[in-house]
Design a protein around this ligand. Sequence first.
Ligand SMILES: Nc1ncnc2c1ncn2[C@@H]1O[C@H](COP(=O)(O)OP(=O)(O)OP(=O)(O)O)[C@@H](O)[C@H]1O
Ligand SMILES: [Mg+2]
Length: 241
Amino acid sequence: MRNSAVSVDGLRVRRGGREVVSGVSFEIAAGAVTGLLGPSGCGKTTVMRSIVGVQIVAGGRVTVLGEPAGSPALRRKIGYATQDPAVYSDLTVTESLRYFAAILRAPSSDVDRVIASVGLETEAHKLIGALSGGEHSRANLAIALLGKPELLVLDEPTVGLDPVLRDSLWGLFRSLAAAGTTLLVSSHVMDEAARCDRLLLMRDGLLLTDDTPDGLRDRTGSADLEQAFLHLIREQEAARP
Ligand SMILES: Nc1ncnc2c1ncn2[C@@H]1O[C@H](COP(=O)(O)OP(=O)(O)OP(=O)(O)O)[C@@H](O)[C@H]1O
Ligand SMILES: [Mg+2]
């Protein structure tokens, strides 16, 4: 693929003594929002960890921005928001972002920028431990935005958020992509899938499809992406020996 930001080729990962990603290959276009979808336990977080370079892999190749995943040169080019918030509960929002900005050697002016991006201005002085679930996950997302990384890997960034906040975060993702950032966003909410440029649908450690939302609707004859996904699952089951 031209302008590919991430290339995953034959990725295999074993966790807990069994194979949880079984030969997955795909490319992620630069400057686009790619959705990584699929049921709980299908391997989304594991694939993201492999791209970020923190997962031991059993086979295959993952190339990110032209370098092997995990290369030191990629450290400041990737922003990763983990599924479980990784922020310290005894620091305020501003303090934790200052702390991470220092580690990432991001300019200190970035702290206010990312707080505004996730809409946490009025909570900036609050302790992380005193935030609501949605505020907590937005504080976690803000860390990933520090230093304006070229690639953002966001693991279920909108879980627990109300529809208004979810909408505003998707607006943020779209504007980041319009400015050239590549985004990989996982979700199991199918209505978010419609907001992606491209969809990777996983099930049981396999990639079921890699298509645009419209392509997926056309191919399955379902106007609704949730129905389209269920259609693909039935197709996969019928094809099993
Ligand atoms: N630390 C671990 N040790 C053993 N097995 C694990 C570990 N982490 C994940 N797994 C297993 O690997 C598989 C894939 O997990 P993964 O977290 O990638 O799924 P996911 O698609 O992100 O799920 P969810 O939507 O619930 O976040 C699951 O079967 C899970 O139980
Ligand atoms: Mg996960």
